[in-house]
Design a protein around this ligand. Sequence first.
Ligand SMILES: [Zn+2]
Length: 108
Amino acid sequence: MLNTEPCVECGDVPELLDEDLTCGPCRIRIHLGATVLEMQTVTVRFEIEEVVSCDVVAELEVPADMVDDDEALLAWLEENDDAWVDEIDPLSQQVAERTITAMYGADV
Ligand SMILES: [Zn+2]
């Protein structure tokens, strides 16, 4: 049978009411410490580093003896990134990792 009683915390009538007469969201909130964080709008300045990944398809002039050697080819590509860096399609780049590298604080 579905619940018809309101939650004692928020007054909603959930489908399921807990034994303590609270709904799911309120129960979670209470379990998380019942503290409502006081929020404030500030200007925060910090620096981030993004690691992006994307597939590159490029027609390149590479040393012929490396064509069948993926490892040698990879090393050559890393050494000669100016040969293919223009082939990167910015739209295909996806941020794989975002790290905050410096924190300059908040202006209140
Ligand atoms: Zn509730």
